[in-house]
Design a protein. Sequence first.
Length: 157
Amino acid sequence: MMSFRGAGSSGVPDHWFVGNRQYNVRYPGIREGLVRWPVWRVTVIERSMEPVLRPGDWLLAWRSFGSFGSFGRARIGDRNGRRDRGVKVAPGQIVIARHPASPEMLLVKRAAWLEPDGWWLTSDNPGAGAVDSFRFGPVQPGLIEGRVLCRYWPPRR
């Protein structure tokens, strides 16, 4: 059985008990108000990926080790010393990426092909006024935050 006692300055537990063993835990994401996990929940809010994805669809995406830091910071490796390998992306997969000119804006796009400067990201519905690589060019691999695993809501259409 797992339980926790004690709380840090943020009110989050700073140590857990599993059986009789105590584990001290640091939450680097709590300081920013988030706990970051390798699986990420994303909501679609625009029509650029129709008919595959529609506004209101909920997605699960896989993040790389480097995606655990805040955007804009250098991501050189995780706490075990492994280098940031980025998200493994293949042409045709749907990815979550940061807009090159506005890193606070996330995009859900299809990785079309890899160029020397980065990934060319396209929309499935360019008629919806999509913002994609035809407007801003290739996206550096470091700006790709995750690869979409599945759509889990709504369960059926």
